[in-house]
Design a protein. Structure first.
Length: 176
């Protein structure tokens, strides 16, 4: 799975991971984009933008699964996880393990949320991607990266400790 909001460079990196990793399918997910994240096509979802970029990157369209998420200002990762689980269920794809490809600071929280939605018995891995500009200097030299680290740490703790009001059993059945 690739979270489309990570932008074109992240999706291109996901395409490279797909080719290297020998995956059967890649699922593009996400809700409506903010146009400051690299998508120029108005009206598309991050899922559609990611699917198009995957295809431009050489991934065969029959190996790309589109799973657009419900638009919301909160719990976007959760909505993406729900969309992916429903789409795979509708296609009768029941793998024992999945990987989520996402932006580095968000990776731990994404893995936790996707694992809760997928439920017990399915292994959820994470492939953490960061732009090359992030790798140039340590995080403490950048106020933006420090903010990202603190925000994502707080989000992870909220998810892990308070469960965001969601449980892992019956998530699909109880979701609108």
């Amino acid at each position: 799975m690739v979270e489309g909001w990570i932008g074109t460079n992240g999706v291109r990196a996901a395409a490279a991971e797909f080719r290297r990793g020998g995956y059967r399918y890649v699922v593009a997910t996400g809700s409506q984009p903010n146009h400051d994240k690299g998508w120029q096509e108005p009206g598309w979802s991050y899922a559609q933008g990611a699917a198009n970029e995957l295809a431009r990157s050489g991934i065969p369209t029959e190996e790309i699964i589109l799973a657009p998420a419900r638009n919301t200002e909160r719990e976007r990762t959760y909505e993406s996880a729900i969309a992916v689980a429903r789409k795979l269920q509708s296609l009768s794809i029941n793998s024992k393990s999945v990987n989520v490809f996402t932006w580095g600071p968000h990776a731990r929280r994404s893995r936790l949320v996707f694992a809760k939605v997928e439920g017990p018995g399915k292994e959820v891995g994470i492939v953490s991607w960061t732009p090359s500009s992030y790798q140039a200097l340590p995080w403490w030299y950048s106020s933006d990266r420090t903010k990202d680290l603190l925000t994502e740490t707080a989000g992870y703790l909220f998810e892990a400790l308070l469960n965001s009001g969601r449980g892992s059993n019956g998530v699909l059945a109880n979701h609108p």
